[in-house]
Design a protein around this ligand. Structure first.
Ligand SMILES: Cc1ncc(COP(=O)(O)O)c(C=O)c1O
Length: 404
């Protein structure tokens, strides 16, 4: 005998996964449709169009890859890379190294442009590195969830375009939370996920790419042998499952038979996207910006410090310095066990030094911000941490009252 599932109630203020939009969860429990059912194809076509809106693109191609965000990152990179190709990875946080890891396994020649994790690159420095290394691909992260920094890319993209370099960007932690302009910034291929600012459970990656990338995919297209003996290609993409050239044809009117689509995930994606698009993207961005201001005001009022440059901080993540002498994990445990509030720890050198408070999607709400600030203050007081008491919630309320 196993007990029935009882899922505890949580206020999730991590940088993902965040609380799912109830509308998306409800849609996911709808009845099954076959993946080639015309009713499902209509849903897929709508999803394709909706994916483009938070990306800020008119690209023909936008669809979902089954798998978490990194499946989209891998699909994007292996589509462009052939063994020996040069890839430049400007790294200002953890996830840049994930891109490198993927490129390394694809047998690329990688060069990291590295800096400390407290800020972002001057775009001119990246451009200089491109001139010097002459890569085929520049791959970088728009928002580094690990240290909460957001890179400006509006000059890097156009430089890549003028010099015939492919520009691939991970927008996993910014998509749907901050304005993104894939076309204007000349991003050739962009990737996002579902579990962050669009508040759908983890399990799909979203990709969009332009004609430049589509031409590469067309040149590498190989259809599965069981479906066709004619479409052989010596230069095919190394993975079958993550082959964008086939996935594109599954998501197009050609509807080649590839994987079995996770139809109920696509329902959730539909509703998660529809929800923010109907809220109005400008309103969504303003909501995230205001809740970010309230979190920052509350943390400052407590007398706690921030990790990294506040000027380039992502509105969707706030890295908070754990005060000297405080056991960061004990505080996180108390928050979760007694308040039902989840915040995140950090990776690598920042582990034990920094907490990360997320502000994403359905979790980005006044009551969540007030709840996390009040609970964090109470937990710090419980462990006798030297903080300003009674100021954090008021500072956040002031932000809300001022803008009402
Ligand atoms: C910026 C960034 N890129 C990639 C990933 C990997 O995403 P996933 O865990 O969905 O594969 C994450 C996850 O937190 C992320 O924040």
């Amino acid at each position: 005998m196993f007990n029935e599932l009882v899922i505890p109630s949580r206020t999730i203020m991590t940088p993902g996964p965040v609380e799912s939009n109830p509308v998306a969860l409800q849609a996911m429990s709808s009845r099954m449709l076959g993946q080639f059912d015309p009713a499902f194809l209509t849903i897929m076509n709508n999803v394709k169009e909706m994916i483009k809106i938070p990306f800020g693109t008119k690209n023909k191609q936008a669809f979902a890859v089954d798998g978490t965000s990194r499946s989209g990152l891998e699909a994007a990179l292996i589509a462009l890379i052939e063994p020996g190709d040069k890839v430049l990875i400007p790294a200002y946080g953890r996830f840049a190294y994930l891109l490198g890891e993927i490129c390394e396994r694809a047998k690329a020649e990688i060069k990291y442009l590295e800096k400390d994790w407290t800020g972002t690159f001057d775009q001119e420095d990246v451009i200089e590195a491109i001139k010097e290394f002459q890569p085929k691909v520049v791959a970088m992260i728009h928002g580094e969830t690990a240290n909460g920094q957001m890179q400006a890319i509006d000059k890097i993209g156009p430089f890549c375009r003028e010099n015939d370099v492919f520009f691939m960007v991970d927008m996993v932690a910014t998509y749907g939370g901050v304005p993104i302009h894939v076309d204007e910034w000349c991003v050739d291929i962009a990737v996002a996920g579902t579990q962050k600012c669009i508040s759908v459970p983890s399990g799909l990656a979203l990709v969009t790419y332009n004609d430049r990338v589509e031409a590469v995919l067309d040149a590498r297209y190989q259809k599965e042998l069981g479906l066709s003996k004619d479409d052989r290609n010596e230069n095919h993409i190394a993975s079958n499952y993550l082959d964008l050239s086939q996935l594109q044809r599954y998501w197009s009117d050609e509807r080649i038979n590839h994987h079995t689509e996770a139809t109920n995930m696509i329902y959730g994606l539909h509703e998660g996207l529809r929800s923010i698009i109907n809220e109005g993207m400008e309103n969504v961005f303003a909501r995230h910006a205001q809740n970010d201001e309230a979190i920052v005001a509350g943390i400052k009022a407590m007398g706690l410090g921030f990790y990294g440059d506040l000027e380039t901080k992502m509105p969707t993540v706030t890295p908070v310095m754990i005060p000297e002498g405080v056991d960061g994990e004990a505080i996180r445990e108390l928050l979760l066990e007694q308040f039902g509030v989840e915040i995140a720890s950090s990776f690598g050198d920042l582990k034990g030094k920094v907490w990360r408070i997320g502000n994403m999607g359905y979790s980005s709400r006044h009551e969540n911000v007030l709840h996390v600030l009040a609970a964090l203050e109470a937990a710090l007081i419980y462990y006798d941490a030297p903080i300003n008491q009674g100021a954090a919630v008021k500072a956040a309320l002031n932000v809300y009252k001022r803008s009402n």
